[in-house]
Design a protein around this ligand. Sequence first.
Ligand SMILES: *Cc1c(COP(=O)(O)O)cnc(C)c1O
Length: 374
Amino acid sequence: MTAKAQMIPDNPYLLLTPGPLSTSAGVRAALLRDWCTWDDDYNNIVESIRRQIVSLATTERGYTSVLMQGSGTFCVEATLSSVISKDEKVLVLSNGAYGQRIEEICQRCRINHCVLNFGELHTVDPEVVKQTLLNDTSISHVAVVHCETTTGMLNPIEQIANVVSQAKRQLILDAMSSFGGIPLDIGKLSIDYLISSANKCIQGVPGFGFVIAKQSKLEKCEGNAQSLSLDLYDQWKTMEEGKGKWRFTSPTHVVRAFAHALDELSDEGGIPARYERYMSNQKKLVKGMQALGFTPLLPMQDQSPIITAFYNPDSSDFDFKTFYTRLKKQGFVIYPGKVSEAPCFRIGTIGEVFPMDIDRLLTIVSNNRYWLEK
Ligand SMILES: *Cc1c(COP(=O)(O)O)cnc(C)c1O
């Protein structure tokens, strides 16, 4: 067979993971052509994406957006190291691996920071944040994760944002795993920077991340970054002045597929409709898993519709890898646990995944509880 005649195989399994996640056939088809990075055809796509993500994030004016090559973490690092100047300081609110990653970025990039760690099983407490901001006037910024993908926990962003804006500090939100899947207006909440990536709830393919920023704040960030490629300000300036131009090679195919993913989001009914679908997936999953003897890690009120952690079955015969491999052979890929405080595994409910897929999964899980056979 010639290379040209070879067929691209269909996906052998559905990804029930927090990204990259299962994408639609339309999104994958949108990858199949080449683009010239300095041509208007391509730059117009970039500009349209930049406008659309801003309008998904807020109805208020004064916000702008920047796209940045790399995975989501590249954008988190670019933001922290570009917006916090040498004589400023960020308070990191942490309750999981992604909060911890923000802390690690601050250490590596030598960004002045302090940390409030609430533990993996507790939401961020806005009252503690309020007191900390009162006590330490050298804190200029607060950074927090919206949906902590480690556990699936949803932090109380409205209350946190209110505390931060009342204290007149800037707020940086890692909304990587929630943007596009959970309604949120960053303008109403005075959030200064929201970070997300192509391959989460917008349901694109991996290859770039983006930041939606209050323009008056971002404009003051020139010269802060110690990194060339991760300079968020320079990237924004080039995109703004070049009307959709990237500084370095841009992931053209991925960008085009993302534009298609935005069209599909709109066709679905926008963020509220997608949120409803993810909620239906997640509720069905938890109800069904509980009926099969599994216990979710988090209480319902702390749980996001994005990903759910379940305790491993209380049996010495249970082994995650065996369970995983059996489900994979039957069409579903689940996710290992990342919680250090409890043995668990995770199942994502985002991406091109529908309640009927969850029904199929539950049947397969039911038939593969091999630790009960004996
Ligand atoms: C996925 C994710 C990231 C970024 O991870 P990458 O692997 O760099 O794409 C950051 N924060 C949260 C909360 C995430 O879910």
